[in-house]
Design a protein around this ligand. Structure first.
Ligand SMILES: Nc1ncnc2c1ncn2[C@@H]1O[C@H](COP(=O)(O)OP(=O)(O)OP(=O)(O)O)[C@@H](O)[C@H]1O
Ligand SMILES: [Mg+2]
Length: 279
C-alpha cells in the first residue's frame, strides 16, 4: 500500500524498518558527564538558486533543552528547521547527530529522520485518516511497530494532549487547536529524541492558541527536548532554556531568555524586540 505523503515535504524514503536500531529516548544528561548535543549544526548554509538563505548557522541542542528560535519573517527560521531534519538538503556545512555528520556520504538518513519529530504550522495531518490512524501510520511504516502496539502508544499520547475522545474523528471535524494537538500526539507517538516546532500556533484562531501552548508547556516541563520557532515571545521566555535570534540567515545572538529579552547585546536584536513590542 502506498502510504500518504507528507504534504509539506518530500516523500519519506520507504526504507526497511529498523526496529533493532531503536533506542529509548534518553532525555536526561548524565550527571557529571560531558553533555553531548543531540543535534548540532556547523557552518550550515542553504541556497535556493542564487538566493542564499542560511549563511553559516552554528547551533546545538542538548538533551532535555528547550530552545526557541525567534526572528523576522524571511530570516530563514523554517529553512533552518527543515535543513536540520533534512526536509531540505543543506548546501554546505554539517548536521551532526550525536557527533556524526548525517550529510556524509553513506550515512543512513532514514533512521535519523525518525529521531526528530516535526510539528508544522499547518498541522499536515492526513485528511483521509482518522485521528488514531494519523498517529499509528508512521509508527507502523517507519518504525516497523506492530499495529496493536502502535495503537496503544498512540492512545497514550492522544490522552496526553487531551484528544483521546476524538480517536474516530477525521481532521476536518476538528478545530485548529485540536488538529494541532493531534499533530503533536502523532509526533510524540514516534518517540523522537527531539521535537521541532515551526510556528505551531500561527495558523490558529486566537482562542485556540492557549490550549496548544499549554500542551507544549507540559512537554517542556516533562523534559522533552524541543526546538521551537515561534512569535509567541511570552511563551518563549517562560518555557525556554535558551533563545536564538535569527537575522539574515545567521543566529545573530543567543542566550538565556532573561538575557536575550532583558539585556540584548546586539543592535539588531534590540531593534527586532523593539519592533515586536511596538507591533
Ligand atoms: N523552497 C524554496 N524555494 C525558494 N525559496 C525559498 C524556499 N523556501 C524558502 N525560501 C525563501 O527563503 C527565505 C526564508 O524563508 P523561511 O521560510 O525560512 O523564513 P522564515 O524565517 O521561516 O519566515 P516566516 O516567519 O515568515 O515563516 C524566504 O525569502 C523564502 O522565500
Ligand atoms: Mg517560517
Amino acid at each position: 500500500m502506498a502510504g500518504p505523503v507528507e504534504p509539506d515535504g518530500p516523500a519519506q524514503p520507504d526504507g526497511p524498518a529498523q526496529p533493532d536500531r531503536q533506542v529509548e529516548p534518553d532525555s536526561t544528561a548524565r550527571p557529571g558527564g560531558p553533555v553531548e548535543p543531540i543535534v548540532e549544526t556547523r557552518d550550515l548554509h542553504k541556497s535556493f538558486g542564487e538566493n542564499q538563505i542560511l549563511k553559516g548557522i552554528d547551533f546545538a541542542v542538548n538533551p532535555g533543552e528547550v530552545v526557541s528560535v525567534i526572528g523576522a519573517s524571511g530570516s530563514g527560521k523554517s529553512t533552518f528547521l527543515r535543513c536540520v531534519n533534512l526536509l531540505e538538503w543543506p548546501t554546505s556545512g554539517q548536521v551532526l547527530y550525536h557527533g556524526r555528520d548525517v550529510l556524509a556520504r553513506g550515512y543512513k538518513v532514514t533512521n535519523y529522520r525518525t529521531k526528530l519529530g516535526m510539528v508544522f504550522q499547518q498541522f499536515n495531518l492526513f485528511n483521509n485518516l482518522n485521528v488514531l490512524d494519523n498517529c499509528v501510520i508512521g509508527q507502523v511504516n517507519s518504525l516497523g511497530r506492530a499495529k496493536s502496539e502502535a495503537r496503544e502508544r498512540a492512545l497514550g499520547y492522544l490522552g496526553k494532549v487531551g484528544m483521546e475522545r476524538y480517536v474516530e474523528a477525521k481532521p476536518r471535524q476538528l478545530s485548529g487547536g485540536q488538529k494541532q494537538r493531534v499533530a503533536i500526539a502523532r509526533a510524540l507517538s514516534m518517540e523522537p529524541e527531539a521535537l521541532l516546532f515551526d510556528e505551531p500556533t500561527s495558523a490558529l484562531d486566537p482562542e485556540m492558541v492557549g490550549e496548544v501552548l499549554s500542551v507544549m508547556g507540559e512537554l517542556a516541563q516533562s523534559g522533552l527536548t524541543m526546538v521551537i520557532v515561534t512569535h509567541e515571545m511570552a511563551f518563549a521566555r517562560d518555557v525556554s532554556d535558551r533563545i536564538a535570534f535569527m537575522d539574515g540567515g545567521v543566529i545573530a545572538e543567543e542566550g538565556p531568555p532573561a538575557q536575550l529579552f532583558g539585556a540584548p547585546e546586539k543592535e539588531r536584536t534590540k531593534e527586532f524586540l523593539a519592533r515586536f513590542h511596538a507591533g
